[in-house]
Ligand binder design. Sequence first.
Ligand SMILES: Nc1nc2c(c(=O)[nH]1)N[C@@H](CN(C=O)c1ccc(C(=O)N[C@@H](CCC(=O)O)C(=O)O)cc1)CN2
Length: 279
Amino acid sequence: MATILDGKALAEQCKQEVKKAAETLARRPGLAVIIVGNNPASRVYVNSKRKDCEECGFFSEEYALPEETTQGELIALIEQLNQRQEIDGILCQLPLPQGIDEEAVLMAISPEKDVDGFHPMNMGALLVGKEGFLPCTPYGIMEILKAYHIDPKGKQCVVIGRSNIVGKPMALLLLQKHGTVTICHSRTQNLAEICRTADILVAAVGKVNVVTADMVKPGAVVIDVAMNRNQAGKLCGDVDYPAVKEIVSAITPVPGGVGPMTRAMLMKNTLLAAQKHQA
Ligand SMILES: Nc1nc2c(c(=O)[nH]1)N[C@@H](CN(C=O)c1ccc(C(=O)N[C@@H](CCC(=O)O)C(=O)O)cc1)CN2
């Protein structure tokens, strides 16, 4: 029977550890969260970030900006937050409304406060194996693997998805742990065949049932990053979970797998930022 990789329980444990460490600091870690527009999912995620900050004993500030906010106004706010001593981390909830250049906005966040790990400085640090903030989703996945003693070393790892915030950093982190990594994407021609080679398969596409049981090697570890709604409106990932869980050794559920760990790693990164700023 497959082990269900319980990201929810692990996230609670991580947050408790973060809270304890935060209590030893002279000043509470501070996180500023910016949301632009009216995306309902983003609103839910931002609310949950505020709750996580409360749980961890952090100070948090929320900036809810209207849909019409210009890129200049948003960057001006970030520049102010970059200067503030009591703000250790700055996060701009994605996606941003059309017309705002996401890259320019992420570049405006000081790399020392980039607790999302999306700034090119932090991405570059990951590429060359230097210290920096890791993007929260791939970071959370690596923590899940570690907690369940799943070692990527020497394993065939397949990542489906090549986004800057999940697929690419995920591949680099698995490589750092000595996995043999293949990245697949929308133009990959023999996806099923490549997936079947995977000892560790990470699906980060954003499409229901992209990974079916015939694409998975028996005994593989399957990590489902996506958050989709099926036809019945139920939250689900990329993986045909009921069928796939019957043949794998371990699998993350959706909900309750990678999502909660993404949140917990944001708290961990904010703690890390505060520790550095107060050193
Ligand atoms: N600036 C950022 N924007 C976005 C990120 C990010 O890491 N930084 N990631 C996603 C959204 N996201 C965090 O922001 C996020 C999404 C979902 C979850 C989560 O815990 N999901 C639950 C289910 C929630 C539900 O019921 O709707 C789960 O999987 O159990 C956490 C974080 C895009 N934007």
